[in-house]
Design a protein around this ligand. Structure first.
Ligand code: FAD
Length: 437
């Protein structure tokens, strides 16, 4: 059996490792178009912020270690440019030699991920960087060191933009964050934007909202509002698009936005072709609506399920809740479930509740805010968002677990949380969701 994997980071490298466990004799080749494999994407902002100080700790595996430990062949700088589903083969371009060749497969696993959308107004500038991989990180680091960077502009206030703002501040830079709309961190409830703005102001980050870059003049950035300002470096984090151009003409079905369609077993419509990770269209576990979720958990879960599916331990995917979390200085904000915009499709109730994260008579008790949306008809939870300091991660994970098993809002009264004064309250905020409802 010969298996070809496209993409050697979160989904691809994990799927290949899992498949090796169940098919010890299979020939497995991973093609990766870029320089590195298996790096910790999620850690890149923290390296640029000098929180992670050893760069090589971000590299979790190399082609050599994969060959030695798992007998997997990883070919970096090899881009898959086309798929022929009738002949069961891929066309590959070797970026080092400039040569192209055809390779055949029995099974093909696609995990090509997504790429950052570039700032069209500023295409050629050498001080404007995306942040997707270790190559981008090295380029940013090199530029910072060579040009004595002190003043940074972060474009886009999604979680990568927010993490970069915090990390560049940690590094001592003068930081400006700009966003096209008012809604900072769109995955979180809009009602928390004023709280986020306070944190931004407290940490002396300059905020330019409802604005966008229209052009540049050397290092001067010109905004739609007419504002003009010079920056040493710009990090563009304005969104992503799926890396699926190479399958467009293959007959493998894509949705209208270019994401690969798969069934509950991660099979595409083409025989022997599976797909996973950021580049697939998937579904919400609780509502079954189709969606796309560019987060690491789903890629890892899919890798495990695919290895089972091809070794006859077939198990369908239960779907995603898009559980996500981000730290912003001393605060944490997290959400789970359908997006705020998708709530419009339901007749729902909304609860807001605030409580200290642990017994208020102990020092350092901090307010946690919780926002929960549930269906009026069957009281099923649709979405929750939690904002606070310590203990936000615990609350969002408890809510996500309950939602995953189909909890109604009333079930939250019966969640028996672990209580001692430093951790929670006998009637914890997650229980209060149920009592309030
Ligand atoms: P990737 O890991 O992106 O891997 C895809 C690989 O495929 C790429 O290396 C690409 O070069 C390669 N490829 C693409 N096309 C081809 C081709 N035609 N031929 C060969 N190779 C190809 N998620 C979280 O859950 N929490 C976080 O805190 C978090 N932080 C993040 C921070 C940053 C800066 C970034 C960039 C991402 C972060 N993510 C986070 C998202 C997470 O990294 C992704 O969800 C995960 O990596 C998706 O895995 P994937 O295999 O689909 O794609």
């Amino acid at each position: 059996m010969k298996i070809i994997v496209v993409g050697a980071v979160a989904g691809g490298a994990t799927a290949a490792s899992q498949i090796r466990r169940v098919l010890p004799d299979a020939e497995i080749i991973i093609y990766e178009k870029d320089r590195d494999m298996s790096f910790a994407n999620c850690g890149l902002p923290y390296y640029l912020g000098e929180v992670v100080t050893e760069r090589d700790r971000l590299l979790q595996a190399t082609p050599e270690s994969f060959r030695q430990k798992k007998q997997l062949t990883v070919k970096t700088k090899h881009e898959v440019t086309a798929v022929n589903i009738e002949e069961k083969s891929v066309s590959v371009f070797n970026h080092d030699t400039g040569e192209s060749f055809i390779d055949s497969y029995d099974l093909l696993i696609l995990s090509p991920g997504c790429s950052p959308i570039s700032l069209t107004a500023t295409k050629e500038a050498d001080f404007i960087f995306p942040l997707r991989n270790l190559e981008d990180t090295d380029a940013i680091e090199e530029y910072i060191k060579a040009n004595h960077v002190k003043k940074a502009l972060i474009v886009g206030a999604g979680y990568i933009g927010i993490e970069m703002a915090e990390n560049f501040k940690h590094r001592g830079f003068d930081v400006t964050l700009t966003n096209r709309s008012e809604h900072i961190l769109k995955a979180m409830d809009k009602q928390f934007v004023p709280l986020l703005k306070n944190i931004i102001t407290e940490h002396q980050i300059k905020l330019l909202l409802n604005d966008e870059i229209v052009s540049l003049d050397q290092h001067d950035i010109i905004f739609k509002s007419g504002h003009r300002e010079s920056f040493d470096i710009v990090i563009a984090a304005i969104g992503i698009k799926p890396n699926t151009d190479f399958v467009k003409d293959s007959g493998i079905e894509l949705n209208e936005n270019g994401y690969i369609k798969v069934n509950d077993y991660f099979e595409t419509n083409a025989e022997g072709v599976y797909a996973l990770g950021d580049a697939i269209e998937t579904f919400y576990r609780h509502t079954k609506q189709r969606t796309t979720v560019a987060l690491a958990w789903g890629a890892h879960r899919a890798a495990n399920l695919i290895s089972g599916n091809i070794s006859e331990h077939k198990e369908p995917f239960k779907g995603l809740l898009a559980t996500n979390i981000v730290r912003f200085f001393e605060h944490t904000i997290a959400s789970v479930g359908i997006s705020e915009q998708e709530l419009n499709e339901y007749d729902y109730e909304h609860i807001n509740y605030e409580q200290k994260n642990h017994a208020s008579y102990l020092p350092d008790a901090r307010v946690t805010c919780i926002s929960v949306y549930y269906r009026k008809d069957n009281r099923q939870l649709l979405r929750a968002c939690v904002f606070g300091q310590e203990g936000v991660d615990k609350r969002i994970d408890v809510i996500a677990t309950a939602m995953g098993f189909g909890a109604t809002v009333d079930d939250f009264k019966d969640i028996e949380i672990a209580y001692a004064p430093p951790y929670s309250s006998p009637k914890d905020i997650v229980n209060m969701i149920g009592y309030k409802a």
